[in-house]
Design a protein around this ligand. Structure first.
Ligand SMILES: [Zn+2]
Length: 399
């Protein structure tokens, strides 16, 4: 199980009292390695655990015994987003980006504790764990359009939720699968997913129509263990969840999905959406994009969907067609990327000659979309646009 780290440092303040800071990760999603605390600076890095290569997810709590400004220095590059970090002073319920003046450079931020023994949590971007999902879904527990069950037990024995959403009044004529958190660090996907689900259930004419024709299967946490343990998940050894769709699956969730989705779609036209977040920052990682599929038929459908998404966009998240579609064969999106196994999108595309209309990976950034600052609220608003666009796409494809 997770080791619990509490690291204290003390220094004599100018008033002669002893300032102390304690750092820990004793909560769901927690992740950090504190290398040292020197003077008023905490030197930290992400705990990579079973990750191949570097990655950047971290989330810790700090308690300062007295009001004081502390500095937090990442000892590796590319650990902070271009917005620095998020903080919460209410135990992790609400998050904000640190003020710009406290984002001191690419690897350094500060925070001023204003009360004795104040606790603040800091993270790469606003964390989203099981407890967030439970708070979100509570008002829908008795909604007859939502059927919540268990996809399977995770490899570590946790229940993995499966939601079916439809009006269940007549036989559906299409199906949609939406997945999140194949990579456990990619929390922004769940804010997009909250936007998708609350839009679906908002009672609007368009969504009522969609629910009368389609049935959606939503898996909010594909790597539930990684989410709760605070793992990176990306490039996990011995296998990344999103390379587990060929040969024998080693994860219960991917194995179960591969078994049930072909039966559940029962010959009806369907789409498969896999929600992801890109790299931490920089060119190509600070805009929304769809990963072009190698299958030309699927690629054509993705491009059409991208056009609809741009046209239907109402949220503050800017979309540009030239960036929104990343063609297969360009940037990192090449065959080499799939040598270690198939991702969901490629597996789903293997049904393209049958009834699968479109499978796609969607990449939604952690902190910035061009100059627009990402927040949970804006990610939810994008999610709403996304499902409205998907409804139109489905209407067009299945007249
Ligand atoms: Zn991912």
């Amino acid at each position: 199980m997770k080791t619990i780290k509490v690291i204290f440092a003390a220094l004599l303040t100018s008033y002669g009292s002893l300032a102390q800071i304690a750092i820990d990760t004793k909560f769901a999603g927690g992740n950090v390695i504190v290398e040292q605390i020197l003077g008023d600076t905490v030197y930290f890095k992400p705990d990579l655990r079973d990750t191949e290569g570097e990655w950047f997810y971290w989330y810790f709590r700090a308690v300062s015994n007295e009001p004081k400004t502390w500095f937090f220095k990442a000892i590796k590059p590319n650990v902070l987003t271009n917005m620095g970090a998020v903080y919460a002073t209410d135990g992790g319920l609400t998050w904000q980006w640190i003020p710009r003046e406290q984002h001191l450079n690419d690897d350094l931020f500060s925070f001023t504790f204003t009360e004795p023994d104040q606790a603040a949590r800091f993270a790469l971007a606003p964390p989203y764990i099981q407890a967030n999902f439970e708070r979100f879904i509570e008002p829908y527990q008795k909604d007859e359009r939502v059927e919540i069950s268990t996809l399977c037990q995770s490899n570590q024995g946790r229940d993995v939720e499966k939601l079916l959403i439809s009006d269940f009044e007549r036989e559906p004529t299409s199906k949609m699968v939406i997945l999140a958190r194949a990579h456990s660090c990619e929390m922004m996907s769940n804010y997009v997913l909250e936007g998708i689900m609350s839009a679906l259930l908002n009672g609007s004419t368009k969504m009522e129509k969609l629910l009368s024709q389609s049935e959606l299967m939503i898996i909010p946490f594909l790597d539930k263990d990684g989410v709760e343990n605070g793992d990176q998940g990306k490039n996990r050894l011995p296998r990344d969840h999103n390379r587990d769709y060929r040969g024998e699956s080693i994860y219960a969730t991917t194995k179960t999905l591969r078994e049930i989705v072909p039966d559940w779609t029962e010959g009806l036209p369907w789409v498969g959406i896999d929600l992801h977040n890109p790299w931490v920052k920089g060119e190509g990682h600070e805009w929304v994009y769809i990963v072009g599929n190698a299958n030309p038929k699927v690629e054509k459908a993705q491009k059409r969907f991208a056009e609809i998404l741009v046209a239907e966009s109402r949220s503050d998240i800017p979309l540009r067609m030239q960036d929104l579609f990343l063609a297969y064969g360009s940037s990192w999106n090449t065959g080499n990327n799939y040598e270690k196994g198939w991702p969901f999108s490629k597996w789903a595309a293997s049904f393209a000659d049958e009834n699968m209309l479109m499978s796609t990976t969607l990449e939604f950034p952690y902190a910035l979309v061009y100059d627009e600052v990402v927040t949970p609220e804006k990610a939810r608003a994008f999610g709403k646009d996304f499902i409205y666009a998907l409804a139109l796409f489905m209407e067009e494809q299945t007249p």
